[in-house]
Design a protein around this ligand. Structure first.
Ligand SMILES: [Fe+2]
Length: 179
């Protein structure tokens, strides 16, 4: 189940909000400029399908989204247990960073945490299958899907160079592991 935990940046472990209500998650994140939607989609495709099949199945929904976001294309990333490349990938995004473009992700299966740092608070969005999240360019954040991930995620983008993480040098992510 999707979950949002909001904690003052000065009080790790002492959240002021913890909710699994999608409407409250969306409203709370919208108040700080972050788009969150739960899509209930008439898409019947296995998360194990190949990237082309997955993208074709979600294309009508992505087109709708892309029209609004001005994005150009999308791809599929599968995080699976035992993937030898995963530890390095995990490490790349687990420290606080920003991007030069919006980070738009749709969870086809399983889960991961986008953890956002703004307004003196840490917003930990535990995203699950059916969740769309768009982290605006320039928002400080980190991402973790755990040591043994098993997620299929669509990535929507305008320019892949925008994916490059620009690290802030802040070590706060160590104080706020994925909730
Ligand atoms: Fe990121």
């Amino acid at each position: 189940m999707s979950r949002l935990t909001v904690t003052p940046e000065t009080a790790p472990g002492a959240p002021v909000l913890r909710t699994e209500e999608p409407e409250i998650i969306a409203k709370t994140l919208a108040e700080v400029g972050v788009r969150f939607e739960r899509w209930s989609l008439p898409v019947d495709v296995s998360p194990e399908a190949d990237a082309d099949t997955l993208l074709a199945a979600y294309r009508p929904h992505l087109d709708r989204l892309m029209g609004e976001a001005g994005a150009g294309t999308a791809d599929v990333i599968k995080m699976r247990p035992g993937n030898a490349a995963y530890p390095a990938m995990r490490q790349k995004f687990i420290d606080e960073h920003i991007h030069t473009e919006d980070e738009i992700r749709f969870f086809v299966s399983r889960s991961g945490n986008f953890i956002l740092h703004m307004n003196g608070h840490v917003y930990d969005a535990h995203c699950t299958a059916g969740d769309l999240i768009s982290v605006p360019a320039g928002i400080k954040h980190w991402f973790d899907a755990g040591a043994e991930p098993n997620a299929t995620v669509l990535r929507v983008f305008t320019d892949t160079t925008g994916w490059t993480p620009h690290y802030t040098g802040d070590t706060i992510s160590a104080l706020f592991p994925a909730a």
